[in-house]
Ligand binder design. Structure first.
Ligand code: PEP
Ligand code: MG
Length: 582
């Protein structure tokens, strides 16, 4: 097989070497995990039971058919029953479970995808249309499966049934990415996507090499092809030659060694050469990320993206997690952080994080009813979340963070709703921290240009550079066609960040950066020079940033940064940033 190389956007560092596993959009909608050997027959039975239940359902439909029902309806039920009895549907997926260790849903969808591809080749239109029937039958079975208990995924081992697989897909939504947390896969490649899309952010937090914006990857790469992902360069090599494979394996080993070495810094306080202490916090998506954050020496959580608790809830009794369900999750994070502060951001739904995959109604979702705008339009949902977060504040230090604020009335309404949630809790006799700190994300240029409005009302600020860049430079963060315009060193961006840090400090309140810039070691000195003392990032980046801090001298960097902030030529800025502190 000929080797070829694709260039795209690097999103998550490191090198992954494995076999391609192509996932179609249909396959992405279901859970994927590998089933341990000893549970295979139970999984086979789960699928058999689901198929039997659909059979019974179809029979019941038949019996309940009114006498005057059109004949097509009966025929339609017959066709579905026939399809369901066909060994290609009722038996082939069982073999996939046994041979490839896929969970039932994944096995079924894999088989349906293979059948669908065969149907596409058929000339006869009547037969070709049966594809839709097959898919409908599969959906019936999937629906039943979703309601049944799922097995625990197999732990990642090097067993024969756990080949090192790399996902290749046209696109992966943040919610889909989230279900790969069990680490059945060692890397991700997608055709579309931007560097700071939430899909990329989740890949980074999983700390698994990934590259997006690979244009035709899902068409060019074939199932089971050998693939190398260079997550630092955004390069994907398919069918590499033995020599190239060897080179990358050697690089992989070097990188792993360097990472191991960094772990020695875990307990070292993050203090610059001139003695300035810096706070390094973690960004998390779910409470289960907390132990990993502590392992990397995080001083707390600077951004808990709570919206991930609201995603991928198909099959749950409630589409939106209840107050108690949320409270348990927030408390879990607070307890796991053992007294360290946990900054919980209220629901930032919308744009590339729809609550429901089918919800794509906004014309321009990034500029639409997103984050706090959505919450203020859904006061009951917002109050429920606020009560759940406040209740968790009885178990440790909690800070509330509000995303996407731009208007004074939005701040005031949010604060009023927090007061309302507190009053409700008092009435219900729940304990909470009466003095819980409330902060604003500064991620809309209008906010960065109207800081007095914020510092007057808020206890702290957190700069969301991902959106600040998206909105200032007018580039959709999910659109790979404009990804080359993403530039954190654009003078306008630097001005907005510097203004926010200095306005916050003048007002005596904390300012953090929690966007992806905080975890980029190439920008650590620049942010320090602007006066930043609080960084929040994916745990995987924390120690590398600490290493940079330990070698930084603010007495040198601060005046040099002042000069950079006066520069307006990108080349001049880029060069000066590289030389900072030297
Ligand atoms: C940001 O916008 O920089 C941020 C931290 O929030 P999110 O990436 O979740 O939009
Ligand atoms: Mg944001």
């Amino acid at each position: 097989m000929a080797s070829f190389t694709l260039h795209g956007i690097p999103v998550s560092r490191g090198i992954a070497i494995g076999r391609a596993h192509l996932l179609t959009p249909a396959a992405l909608d279901v859970k994927h995990y590998l089933v341990p050997e000893e549970q295979l027959e139970a999984e086979v039975k789960r699928l058999q039971d689901a198929i039997a239940e659909v059979h019974r359902g179809l029979q019941a439909l038949w019996t309940d058919l009114p006498r005057d029902a059109p004949t097509e309806l009966g025929a339609f039920i017959d066709v579905h029953a026939l399809i369901l009895s066909d060994p290609l549907i009722s038996e082939a997926p069982l073999d996939i479970i046994r041979s490839r260790h896929y969970n039932a849903e994944w096995a079924l969808v894999t088989q349906i995808d293979e059948l669908s591809a065969q149907f596409d080749e058929i000339e006869d239109e009547y037969l070709r249309e049966r594809k839709a029937d097959i898919q409908q039958v599969a959906e019936r079975v999937l629906k039943v499966l979703m309601g049944t208990a799922q097995l625990q995924p197999a732990p990642v081992t090097t067993d024969a049934y756990q080949p090192q697989m790399i996902v290749v897909a046209h696109d992966i939504s943040p919610a889909d990415m989230l279900q790969f947390r069990d680490r059945s896969f060692i890397g991700f490649v997608t055709d579309v996507g931007g560097q700071n899309s939430h899909t990329a952010i989740v890949a980074r937090s999983l700390d698994i090499p990934a590259a997006v914006g690979m244009s035709q990857a899902s068409q060019l790469i074939e199932q089971d092809d050998w693939v190398i992902i260079d997550g630092d360069a955004g390069v994907v090599i398919a069918n590499p030659s033995p020599l190239v494979l060897e080179q990358y394996r050697a690089r992989q080993v070097t990188l792993q060694k360097a990472r191991k070495k960094l772990l020695k810094l875990k307990k070292t306080p993050a203090i610059t050469l001139d003695g300035t202490p810096i706070t390094l916090l973690a960004n998390i998506e779910l409470p289960d990320d907390c132990p990993g954050a502590l392992e990397q020496g995080a001083a707390g959580v600077g951004l808990f993206r709570s919206e991930f608790l609201f995603m991928g809830r198909a099959g749950h009794a409630h589409r939106i997690p209840t107050e108690d369900e949320q409270f348990e999750q927030y408390r879990k994070a607070v307890v796991a952080m053992k007294g360290r502060p946990v900054t919980i951001r209220t629901l930032d739904i919308g744009a590339d994080k729809p609550l429901d995959q089918t919800e794509h109604t906004a014309l321009n979702p990034a500029l639409g009813l997103r984050a706090i705008r959505y919450c203020l339009a859904e006061p009951q949902l917002f109050l429920t979340q606020l009560r759940a977060i406040l209740r968790a504040s009885a178990y440790g230090k909690v800070r509330l963070l509000i995303p996407m604020l731009a208007h004074a009335f939005e701040i005031d309404q949010s604060l009023a709703m927090i007061e309302q949630a507190k009053a409700q809790l008092r009435e219900a006799g729940h304990k909470f921290d009466e003095k819980v700190d409330v902060g604003a994300m500064i991620e809309i240029p209008a906010a960065a240009l109207a800081l007095p409005m914020f510092v007057r009302r808020m206890n702290f600020l957190s700069i969301g550079t991902n959106d600040l860049i998206q909105y200032t430079l007018a580039i959709d963060r999910v659109d790979y066609e404009v990804a080359h315009l993403y530039n954190p060193l654009h003078p306008a961006i630097l001005q907005l960040i510097a203004m926010t840090i200095s306005a916050g400090h003048k007002a005596g309140i904390d300012v953090a950066v929690c966007g992806e810039m905080a975890g980029d070691v190439k920008l650590t000195r620049l942010l320090l020079g602007m006066g930043l003392r609080e960084f929040s990032m994916h745990p995987a980046q924390l120690l590398a940033v600490k290493q940079e801090i330990l070698a930084s001298d603010l007495t040198k960097i601060t005046p040099q940064t002042r000069k950079i902030l006066r520069a307006m030529e990108p080349a001049e800025i880029a060069e000066a940033v590289e030389r900072l502190g030297v």
